[in-house]
Design a binder for this molecule. Structure first.
Ligand code: SF4
Length: 405
């Protein structure tokens, strides 16, 4: 009988992709995956340290798994700051995680792993050159490194070969793609290159782009693009001028507004989303109100709202006037309510209209513009297929329902 392994993943899309590589390495080394940690001989936790809470959760799970199965060999991999001594546990930080290859066997290249994802991730970049005061990521991932466009194309071709219809371009800081290459290139060059070589065989979704990295020529391209999905996630983090400065973000609320308004004007059917951190150190009631009223003026269709959690080793962790947790929770609640309203308003615009989308589960289609449409009956078509769907109504709790057309 094969040896069994169990794996858990926390954090970003890049971590999910890394997990996929580790999973394949373990398969290649003769292991079989189990969803029961108690019977596994090998347990892997791919951790995230983007916030203090994220790291705490990864560690909490590792300790629980240690109690559940003290005899298993354990790997704690990914992004973490503090080493804890746990018996039978190997800690592999950041890129060290791929030493698991030496320990466990062959590590497959990215193209080999695409078949498993319904919407495969295509890795185009790693690391970040900036120093946002709340963020630990550059510490783990190092400076920005781009993947050469031919290698990106190899990944994209593997996605097409696997019969998938959509790929998600992923990395830590996508807008910096190409800056470290010789000759220097821009993210737009990569999109044009992929456009030319995929000739409509695949749709591309951009996981995230900073507002100050979306120039007018990129918006013009996106407006006319046949391959890029009309869905743009543009981190905001705060709508307060003072807080953005204390976060060392490189744009002002007005610059952000100008960019999202341009995209909304050029591509009205596009879904626009943003990350927001509330309770940043020193955030006053006035600054939170400034943030809330700023977001109310934007055309954003959803928010990912996070309470600030101090990350040891970052400047923000030791800033004065840390905001009490109950106040953070209250502010999160207010922005989430705004986000829920916006999501519903956005979906409402497409009720009764046909959209293309990808079948994610037998009863769920994700439209090109990021509406999750629940089907009334399951289909036996394989997940990953491209579908036409018509949203028909929104249930009281906000879920969107519809039919295949
Ligand atoms: S841009 Fe800022 S938040 Fe994003 S990875 Fe770089 S340092 Fe972190």
């Amino acid at each position: 009988m094969n040896k069994l392994f169990y794996i858990e993943t926390y954090g970003c899309k890049l971590n999910q992709l890394d997990t996929e590589r580790v999973r394949n390495a373990l398969h290649a080394a003769g292991y079989t995956e189990t969803d029961d940690p108690e019977v596994a001989e090998l347990i892997v936790v791919n951790s995230c340290a983007v916030t203090g809470n994220a790291e705490k959760e990864s560690r909490y799970r590792l300790r629980r798994l240690q109690r559940a199965n003290p005899d298993a060999r354990k790997y704690f991999i990914g992004c973490f700051t503090e080493i804890q001594n746990l018996p039978d546990t190997v800690f592999l930080r950041g890129e060290e995680k791929f030493q698991i290859q030496e320990l466990m066997g062959h590590l497959p290249s990215y193209p080999e792993i695409q078949e498993k994802h319904v919407r495969p991730l295509v890795h185009i970049q790693n690391g970040c050159d900036l120093n946002c005061t709340y963020c630990i990521v550059p510490y783990f991932r190092g400076s920005s490194r781009s993947i050469a466009r031919d290698e990106v194309l190899d990944q994209v071709k593997a996605v097409i070969h696997a019969g998938r219809k959509e790929a998600v371009l992923t990395g830590i800081h996508l807008g910096t793609w190409g800056k470290d290459l010789t000759p220097k290139q821009h993210f737009l060059d990569l999109l044009r290159f992929l456009d030319k070589h995929t000739v409509n065989q695949l749709k591309i979704r951009i996981s995230s782009l900073d507002s100050n990295e979306i120039p007018d020529d990129l918006i013009e391209y996106l407006q006319n693009s046949e391959i890029v999905q009309p869905h743009f996630h543009i981190p905001l983090q705060s709508g307060s001028v003072g807080i953005l400065k204390r976060m060392k973000r490189r744009y002002s609320p007005n610059q952000f507004l100008s960019v999202v308004n341009k995209i909304h004007g050029a591509i009205p059917e596009a879904c626009l989303g943003a990350d927001v951190i509330v309770g940043f150190p020193g955030e006053t009631d006035e600054e939170f109100k400034e943030c809330f009223s700023f977001i109310s003026k934007t055309p954003l269709d959803y928010l990912h709202v996070f309470p600030f959690s101090p990350r040891t080793g970052t400047p923000a962790a030791t800033m004065p006037d840390q905001v009490p947790e109950p106040l953070k929770r209250e502010r999160v609640k207010q922005l989430k309510a705004l986000s829920d309203d916006r999501r519903k308003q956005f979906a409402q615009r497409f009720i009764g209209k046909h959209r293309t989308g990808i079948l994610i589960y037998p009863d769920l289609v994700l439209t090109d513009n990021y509406i999750s449409v629940h089907l009334n009956t399951s289909t036996d078509i394989s997940p990953g297929s491209e579908m036409r769907v018509k949203p028909t109504h929104i249930a009281s709790q906000g879920s969107v329902h519809g039919i295949l057309v």
